[in-house]
Design a protein around this ligand. Structure first.
Ligand SMILES: Cc1cc2nc3c(=O)[nH]c(=O)nc-3n(C[C@H](O)[C@H](O)[C@H](O)COP(=O)(O)OP(=O)(O)OC[C@H]3O[C@@H](n4cnc5c(N)ncnc54)[C@H](O)[C@@H]3O)c2cc1C
Length: 398
């Protein structure tokens, strides 16, 4: 065995949300902690999150905001380290923040505030972070410890924490290492796929909708299993994006049609009938443009129809218009994939981990936390809360 082996109580792979939280907690308990990351900087995803302002948690966190093959698994961690615990930390560090729609909490200034807070906490807890570390092999030795070989060093640890995230945004240093480690130790892995990701469109829809690039509309969006209400969709030059689309994308199966209510706060049928009585000569487009962007109306309906005065519209035509606006159906061609996905669905099977400690039930001393685990949150700060909560739980015992 090489004599340049560096011994440590805890070795964490991944210096980002879940890994840093785990490191802080373990360090506070007096454990010797080393965090390895192949990136040249810690917390790259934290820095790019929430449009640079990091949606660090949500004021309303519930297990139903998470997707997993085991819907109960996340409950323990989320209740032991809650959003209020993280908010207390943010307040303690005087980080200015605000609440947006649907309970989303963002930094007022910059995501850097969250990362700096975590790094200061790491320093206080004597955590060593080794960046640019390329992991070459992991070996479980007989004496219940792990050897982790990097190009430069070999580390020996009793507790190995896998916090190296999912596959989304390879440019931001995402890699499959976490899944490979799980595989090496015979863990079941649920197939992974891109989540919280924009849709691409079928060629005929793309041609038709491309002119709407930049248009954003508040909608209700649903498929056969879930509905997201009062969130925006955004037409882009590549397809469909915006919070409502990202949310439904995590539940979408290839070939499935998405139902979009483009005017969720009005009853189009009643609205048109009422205006027909009051202003029979007003044009359909004038009325619709009061509620929806002009460009969208022009793409959805024939010019000859929207130029008509309301008095010329039959009950059936009004019904058709209402149906189209309240249940606009679109069959995406696919998603933009890991290149732009915010998260990775699937991952390490929760049933093979302790929900209290995140330790493997198969291999003593091996832990999986954060996104590599088969727990995926909705858009809105839920994914960071999972990273904080699962990292905190492992940090209490490693
Ligand atoms: C653009 C974008 C915006 C987002 N915005 C939000 C938001 O506002 N709110 C929210 O809740 N969630 C957001 N998310 C999701 C959130 O960033 C993740 O769920 C969260 O960062 C997961 O934390 P993690 O620690 O498990 O993994 P990560 O944060 O992905 O960290 C994994 C770490 O492991 C390192 N690593 C990977 N492979 C290796 C390897 N082979 N060797 C060594 N190190 C390795 C990486 O360099 C990285 O530092 C966003 C994601 C993206 C992509």
């Amino acid at each position: 065995m090489p004599d340049n082996i560096k011994k440590t109580d805890v070795l964490i792979i991944g210096a980002s949300a879940s890994g840093l939280m785990c490191a802080i907690e373990a360090g506070k308990r007096g454990r010797n902690v080393i965090v390895l990351d192949h990136a040249n900087k810690a917390g790259k995803k934290i820095l790019m999150s929430g449009g640079g302002r990091c949606n660090f948690t949500n004021s309303d966190i519930d297990a139903s905001n998470y997707i997993s093959h085991n819907e109960h698994f996340c409950k323990s961690a989320l209740s032991r380290y809650t959003q209020w615990d993280f908010i207390a930390k943010v307040i303690d560090y005087n980080i200015p923040y605000h609440e947006r729609d649907l309970g989303k909490l963002f930094c007022d200034d910059s995501a850097k505030d969250i990362l700096n807070m975590l790094l200061v906490e790491c320093t206080k807890a004597n955590v060593s972070i080794h960046l640019n570390s390329n992991i070459e092999a992991i070996i479980k030795t007989d004496e219940q410890s792990f050897l982790i070989e990097t190009a430069e060093k070999v580390y020996r640890t009793k507790s190995l924490v896998v916090a190296c995230g999912g596959l989304s945004i390879p440019k931001m240093c995402a890699s499959p290492l976490g899944y490979k480690i799980a595989e090496q130790f015979s863990h079941n892995i649920f197939p992974t796929s891109a989540g919280l990701v924009p849709f691409t469109l079928q060629p005929h829809d793309k041609d038709k909708l491309e002119v709407l690039s930049g248009v954003s509309v508040e909608t209700n969006v649903k498929n056969s299993v879930v509905e997201f209400n009062k969130e925006n969709i955004l037409f882009t030059h590549r397809g469909l994006s915006g919070p409502a689309i990202l949310q439904i994308s995590s539940y979408w199966k290839a070939g499935e049609v998405i139902h979009i209510n483009l005017l969720p706060s009005s009853d189009v049928r009643n609205l048109l009938k009422l205006r027909q009585r009051k202003q029979p000569n007003i044009k359909l487009k004038t009325v619709l443009n009061e509620h929806l962007p002009k460009r969208l109306i022009t793409v959805l309906f024939k010019q000859t129809l929207i130029d008509k005065p309301l008095q010329e519209l039959s009950k059936i035509v009004i019904g058709d218009i209402a149906n189209k606006l309240h249940d606009w159906q679109i069959k995406p061609n696919g998603t933009e994939g890991y290149r732009t996905a915010e998260v990775t669905l699937g991952g390490v099977d929760c049933n093979e981990l302790s929900s209290k400690t995140m330790e493997s039930k198969k291999v003593n001393g091996l832990y999986f936390i954060g996104e590599v685990v088969d727990v995926t949150g909705w858009l809105g700060g839920y994914n960071f809360q999972w990273a904080w909560s699962s990292g905190w739980c492992a940090g209490q015992v490693v």
